[in-house]
Write a protein that binds this ligand. Structure first.
Ligand code: R5P
Length: 332
């Protein structure tokens, strides 16, 4: 393995979604590093490597979500503990692979006296000695600037776009790309261009004192008889994307398909999807999606993120360009 990649490396998994780390390690032809992870009765977490990591390059893979007895913050803390243990055990280079960057939406002060939470999280990684961060579809690409070391920002856009292109086939005029808010306008435009379909923008505003409250226009022009495709970086409560879908249906759309990289699907989001008229939901498994598959059956399609992450890590190891893998689309 040293010969093939130029250095000895290892893949370490956090406890939230080890299946993803196993898939990535498998593609790189590695076994996961043997590590103990546990939770004390008072809620504190503990980790310990059961094998030497001295002089090795480590990829620490953790999905940040509530799962397997972890809260999101447990998952975050466990990542920090793994990095700290690795650095103290003389690992050479430690890369944190967070397929979904936690707290990524809190990337600015929307109101006075708020924290910039993503900055707190990224600076914590830097302080404990993380050498590199790898993540997929950051809410805002400029959050990379918080980290003063290499940051590989991957995008699932080619994966999602490839699947959409298959679905659309030659019937381009039947489809319409819909940008669900100003934040996704640029990406939606790129999708529409690449897929060769028309684009419309849909206004969205949030109540500043209660950001869970959304405002949408009751109807929107130009969608009658079309299959509308709405894309977003993440679906959390589903509020953004479901309200867009409802407006589109009320405005005469034939069908609505949604696609997003991160399916957080918090609270009663799955129930909302079940009760909606949304025809198809396309997600990437940066987070575990068993619950989603169970709830939505054939209405959901899950695209695998492991091959893309594994190929990026391989390129990191052998010193090949990661940007080229994404045709420079990963840092828009
Ligand atoms: C907003 O700016 C994001 O891109 C997503 O549209 C939003 O965070 C999704 O959250 P929810 O599903 O709760 O509306």
């Amino acid at each position: 393995m040293v010969e093939e990649y130029g250095q000895d490396f290892g893949v370490v998994s956090g406890g939230v979604y080890p299946e993803l780390a196993e898939q990535i390690a498998g593609i790189l032809d590695k076994e996961l590093i043997d590590i103990d992870r546990k939770r004390f009765l008072d809620g504190e977490r503990y980790v310990r490597f059961n094998e030497s990591v001295r002089k090795r390059d480590l990829f620490v893979i953790q999905s940040l979500t509530e799962m397997n007895g972890y809260s999101l913050n447990d998952a975050l803390m466990e990542t920090l503990l793994i990095v700290d243990a690795a650095k103290r055990a003389s690992a050479d280079w430690v890369t944190v692979v967070w397929p979904l960057m936690p707290y990524a939406r809190q990337d600015r002060k929307a109101r006075n006296r708020e924290p910039i939470s993503v900055s707190v999280v990224i600076r914590m990684l830097e302080i404990i000695g993380t050498n590199r961060i790898v993540t997929v579809d950051l809410h805002s690409a400029q959050s990379q600037a918080i980290f003063n070391r290499p940051f590989d920002h991957l995008t699932a856009e080619p994966l999602i776009r490839g699947r959409l292109a298959q679905i659309i086939g030659k019937k381009k005029s039947d489809y319409l790309m819909v940008s669900p808010d100003a934040g996704r306008a640029k990406e939606s435009e790129q999708y529409a261009d690449e897929l060769g379909i028309e684009l419309i923008h849909m206004p969205k505003s949030r109540d500043r004192s209660d950001t869970s409250k959304l405002r949408r226009p009751p109807k929107i022009d130009g969608v009658v008889g079309k299959t509308c495709i709405v894309i977003d970086d993440m679906i959390a409560t589903g509020g953004t994307i479901i309200s867009a879908a409802e407006t589109l249906k009320k405005s005469g759309a034939k069908a609505v398909m949604l696609a997003a990289t991160h399916g957080i699907l918090s609270g009663n989001a799955l129930e909302k999807f079940q009760n909606s008229s949304i025809e198809k939901l396309i997600l990437v498994d940066t987070l575990p999606q068993e619950r989603t598959i169970k709830a939505l059956g054939s209405r959901v399609e899950i695209l695998p993120v492991a091959p893309m992450i594994a190929e990026s890590l391989r390129r990191v190891l052998v010193g090949e360009s990661v940007a080229e893998l994404f045709h420079d689309m990963n840092n828009k």
